[in-house]
Write a protein that binds this ligand. Structure first.
Ligand code: ZN
Length: 122
């Protein structure tokens, strides 16, 4: 676009032709300004939409975290009842290990103690 402007200005011509070209340039500039204003308005609307979607995603993540804990938690700490467990691995169950039954080992983020659960098989 700038190259086009430069070409139009630099080409030789009478003052009447130059005036026509300046008018064309002014019109083009006005159109560009209008397009720019429209894009800025669209950008503003999209930014505000993005903010709303981000806060919605945060809210849903919090709800999901809540649903994953408390009474909905699959496993809670044997010692303090916290659902904030970190999986550490597994080991053969002391009683049923010979039958291939495994224990899932978790470390509690709240009290630091270890809990073990028999792996559920569906
Ligand atoms: Zn605990």
């Amino acid at each position: 676009m700038l190259q086009l402007f430069e070409k139009i200005i630099n080409e030789d011509g009478s003052s009447a032709i130059l005036k026509d070209r300046l008018t064309i340039l002014k019109d083009m500039y006005a159109e560009i300004e209008k397009a720019c204003a429209e894009l800025q308005a669209k950008n503003g609307a999209l930014q505000s939409e993005l903010e709303q979607e981000r806060s919605r995603a945060d809210r849903l993540q919090n709800e999901l975290d809540t649903l994953k804990s408390g009474v909905f938690a699959k496993y809670v700490c044997d010692h303090c009842g916290s659902p904030k467990l970190t999986r550490k691995g597994n080991r053969p169950d002391p009683t049923f290990g010979d039958l291939g039954v495994k224990q899932l080992i978790f470390s509690c983020q709240a009290c630091g103690q270890e809990s073990a659960f028999i792996e559920e098989r569906l």
